[in-house]
Design a protein around this ligand. Structure first.
Ligand SMILES: Cc1cc2nc3c(=O)[nH]c(=O)nc-3n(C[C@H](O)[C@H](O)[C@H](O)COP(=O)(O)OP(=O)(O)OC[C@H]3O[C@@H](n4cnc5c(N)ncnc54)[C@H](O)[C@@H]3O)c2cc1C
Length: 379
């Protein structure tokens, strides 16, 4: 274990900074127990990518990232136990090599496992990542260990617990056999994709809609499970598509000064990056999870019951297209779908849910991004 004193903690997108007195980098469970036991107030962090202000702001911090080993496998049960500071992408590479998968994944692979579970990180057309955890060990405030199994009532509280019930130390996932997804993407008018949501959720194994505000379009991504050897006509579109995030950053550069620029930028981005159809196949991880991002950003996400979503969407669209409103929204708003669960703090608690993400490509000026306020009011 190493210790640094009197430093400054800075979040990934540099929007949050805090002074700390002691920062411990732990590598074993014993070290984690020791530091937690001797400290009254403590926070722990992974890759500092949460936009919510929960990862630092205390005198004592624990960096979980070097606590990142595989503890064990159970081939018969298709389960794997890892230390909670492991990066999600590293876990996914290992389980894919075994022919296993976690069947619902977020669009980010750089976060740590403990955080992804504790903050309710999710993908689409499935459950929150923490629903695939079958047991875990928590380090409690006095430094003692508590093991929790899927069958324990406490698990429903622990899954999404934001670190408040203790630090997740080791985590066990029970995986499913890996499958191949046939992915098709393409633009559709809002009047087309919106009424088809329920039908598509039944028909496809994967559904995600990137809504393109101020263009009347959504970019619909569907995925269907196929036999791995199935031949498809692959179409990845022009090679410049990989520069979308960089192009967005440039086009939105002054949108905090002149918010209406956003509406023009969105139409250009739609024409350049979202107007073509694409088709390809791969595992869920390989085909649908972003592996690198050219720039930082600020993002927030709201959730609403699937049954209420069309109403909320109409209201939001009306409001942001009102020319008096300064809430011009950067592309895309990410629309994803979650099945109901029974974890106490889950946003899909007992209700099929839609999540709607909103991004500001200018992380540094995100506090002046009116869109966050308008969406908050409407949701
Ligand atoms: C570009 C980008 C894309 C994203 N995509 C998605 C997405 O597709 N789906 C989605 O749901 N989210 C997404 N997110 C949000 C992201 O998953 C969460 O913000 C996640 O919490 C970030 O992980 P981190 O390791 O950076 O956490 P940090 O910000 O470092 O830590 C967050 C908090 O987690 C808690 N914590 C840390 N370690 C532990 C532990 N071992 N046990 C218990 N609690 C712990 C602590 O309270 C800590 O304060 C995205 C974020 C970004 C920046």
């Amino acid at each position: 274990m190493t210790q640094e004193n009197n430093g400054v903690w800075t979040s990934w997108n540099e929007n949050l900074t805090y002074k700390y007195k002691s920062l411990y980098k732990i590598t074993t469970e014993k070290e984690l127990q020791e530091v937690v036991a001797k400290t009254t107030k403590i926070r722990f962090f992974g890759t500092k990518q949460s936009s919510a202000d929960i990862a630092a702001g205390m005198n004592t911090l624990i960096d979980m990232r070097a606590y990142n080993k595989i503890v064990s496998y159970d081939e018969a049960k298709r389960s794997i136990t890892v230390q909670s500071g492991m990066i999600l992408g590293d876990l996914l590479e290992v389980i894919e090599a075994k022919g296993w998968c976690i069947p619902c994944l977020p669009d980010i692979n750089t976060i740590t496992i403990g955080v992804a579970l504790a903050t309710g990180t999710h993908g689409t057309s499935g459950y929150l990542l923490c629903e695939y955890m079958t047991s875990c060990t928590l380090v409690l405030a006095d430094g003692s260990l508590k093991n929790i199994q899927k069958s324990d009532a406490l698990m429903q509280a622990v899954r999404v617990s934001l670190g408040a019930l203790g630090v997740m130390s080791t985590v066990t996932f029970t995986c499913e056999p890996i499958y191949t997804l046939h992915v098709k993407e393409g633009p559709e008018n809002d009047s087309e994709w919106l009424p088809k949501i329920n039908e598509r959720l039944k028909k496809h194994d994967f559904l995600r809609i990137l809504w393109l505000p101020h263009t009347n379009k959504g970019y619909v991504i569907t995925g269907d499970k196929i036999a791995p050897e199935t031949k498809i006509i692959e179409n990845l579109g022009p090679s410049y598509l990989k520069h979308r995030r960089k192009a967005s950053k440039i086009l939105y550069k002054y949108s905090h000064v002149f918010p209406w620029i956003t509406a023009i930028a969105n139409r250009l981005l739609y024409k350049g990056f979202f107007s073509a159809n694409k088709e390809y196949k791969g595992s869920l991880y390989q085909a649908t999870v972003t592996k690198s991002r050219g720039a930082t950003l600020e993002l927030a996400e709201w959730t609403i019951g699937l049954d209420t979503f069309p109403l909320v969407f109409d209201e939001l669209k009306k409001e942001i297209n009102n020319w008096n409103n300064k809430s011009f929204i950067h592309i895309p708003m990410d629309i994803r779908f979650l099945y109901k669960d029974n974890s106490w703090l889950s946003y899909a608690y007992e209700k099929d849910t839609v999540t709607m993400g909103c991004v500001s490509r200018n992380a540094a000026t995100a506090d002046t991004y009116e869109a966050f306020k308008t969406i908050e009011t409407i949701f």
